[in-house]
Design a protein around this ligand. Structure first.
Ligand code: PLP
Ligand code: SF4
Length: 457
């Protein structure tokens, strides 16, 4: 008997793209940063001070690098946006100003009026219904054994696609924000609630963003939670490493505070990890690599949650590059979320079908533990569902129905694909409210899970 062996052909040179991280003083091509040396650029205080916090400041910074058309488009975009503005010099430096319209980092932080699409007719501001699952301000208790603690409402950057635009950042022209608990005294209510619920073993500390917590408060929150006997797992969640990695290198007190909590947790047999939020492969540079190396050396396990964003990472190739690059810097890709149904950012959403196709390509390209799960945080408070686990998916009309038996039994949760991604026929059906209602009711009937958790605008 002869055995045919299939010799794996050598990897094509393109396979190593994930190792090619941006090197050198890449910020100097921005006129505003041309004179900035490495020590200054890596200084987290300089990054914070120089972060542009208003549309006017941002426009002043980029005036010399973009066209007059782009400038006017962004100016109008900011006037319509529901989210506040804040962008770090690091992020501004990573934008390809020769083609800002299509740039994956520009798309996340700088709105353009010309790109805006009408919102989906079924979209609401707090689409995840976090406020309904909130027993005390700043705590979301939706799942049985885990809760989300939101100790502050500021971030080192403001993302256009933020789920919590109902609460995060200063009020904007279009949105008055909901108040979260923001002081140690207010946090006590959350700690007390957690202490009184023995089933709560797992606390996500998010925000806002824990990058903005002082080292003292990182320790205060960390220790307060570690002191609760039944809390076994904690995650500090931050966008920071993706848009200001140098803070991990130059804000020693902050990293030391986190390390203190991780190490104390370890002595108690409790897991404390960092969760971060990289979306585009370009966000990972030599600076990120050095920062992640520090975390790795200190034994701080780091996982990543991305959002699947149109024009940022919504092709199989882009997502594979992101996943491989995260693995390369010792970050474990954990989740890729469907973009939540958020107001004013329909141009960033994509379809459940796109997520399924992308997942198929990514799975098998690297270690299983570095392969993210693609999830849809079901509108209406059903929680995260594996995108593949729909009870029924009407691909033609972009209606996916999920059930969440361990979170809210007997209810159906519906996610809607963005309408501009559907066929012209389907698009015209959505224009007639009566037909749209019938399509939704039909999908829920076929799913056969129960009454719909109503998500009406
Ligand atoms: C995402 C989330 C969690 C954590 O869920 P995991 O699937 O364990 O990552 C906890 N509470 C809320 C409200 C969440 O949205
Ligand atoms: S960093 Fe997170 S919480 Fe802050 S704006 Fe971005 S997505 Fe929202």
């Amino acid at each position: 008997m002869t055995v045919t062996t299939h010799l794996k052909p050598p990897a094509a040179p393109g396979q190593f793209e994930y190792k090619k991280l941006k090197q050198g003083e890449f910020w100097r091509h921005i006129p505003a940063y041309a004179e900035i040396d490495e020590a200054t650029f890596l200084d987290h205080l300089w990054q914070q001070r120089q972060s542009v916090k208003t549309a006017d400041e941002l426009l002043a910074t980029i005036r010399d690098v973009c066209s007059a058309d782009f400038y006017r488009d962004a100016e109008r975009g900011f006037r319509q946006a529901p989210m506040a503005v804040r962008v770090s010099p690091y992020a501004i430096s990573l934008i390809d100003w020769n083609d800002p319209v299509n740039d994956p980092i520009r798309r996340q932080f700088i709105p353009l009026a010309s790109a805006s699409l009408p919102d989906h007719p079924r979209l609401t501001l707090d689409s995840l219904h976090e406020q309904q699952d909130s027993p005390v301000p700043g705590l979301v208790h939706r799942y049985v054994d885990k809760a989300l603690f939101l100790p502050l409402n500021v971030c080192p950057v403001y993302c256009r696609f933020c789920t919590r635009s109902y609460a995060i950042g200063p009020d904007t022209e279009n949105v008055d924000k909901v108040a979260l608990a923001k002081t140690p005294k207010q946090w006590q209510d959350a700690f007390q609630y957690i202490a009184g619920r023995p089933e709560l073993e797992d606390i996500v500390i998010s925000g806002g963003d824990v990058y903005q917590l002082s080292p003292k408060n990182v320790e205060f929150i960390g220790n307060s939670l570690l002191d609760i006997p039944h809390v076994r797992r904690m995650r500090f969640a931050t966008k920071g490493p993706a848009i200001m990695p140098m803070k991990l290198i130059t804000h020693a007190e902050w990293l030391d505070a986190l390390t203190t909590i991780v190490e104390r947790g370890r002595t108690l047999g409790k897991e404390v990890v960092l969760h971060t939020h990289f979306n585009a492969p370009e966000e990972i540079t030599w600076i990120t690599q050095n920062a992640m190396r520090l975390l790795f050396e200190r034994g701080i396990f780091t996982r990543n949650q991305s959002v699947l964003i149109r024009g940022v990472n919504d092709t199989p190739e882009r997502m594979q590059l992101l996943v491989k690059r995260l693995g390369h810097v010792n970050v474990h890709p954990y989740y890729v979320y469907m973009h939540d149904m958020v107001k004013g950012v329909e141009d960033l959403r994509t379809t459940i079908a796109t997520a399924i196709d992308t997942e198929k390509f990514v799975r098998g390209s690297t270690a299983g533990f570095n392969t993210p799960t693609f999830v849809c945080d079901a509108p209406g408070g059903g929680g995260k569902r594996d995108v593949h686990s729909y009870e029924y998916y009407d691909r033609e009309n972009g209606i996916a129905v999920y059930a969440a038996p361990s979170v809210k039994p007997g209810k159906a949760f519906v996610y809607f694909d963005p309408i501009d991604r559907l066929s012209p026929d389907a698009q015209s059906r959505w224009r007639v409210p009566g037909i749209a209602d019938e399509m939704i009711a039909g999908a829920i009937r076929r799913a056969g899970v129960g009454e719909q958790q109503l998500v009406l605008a």
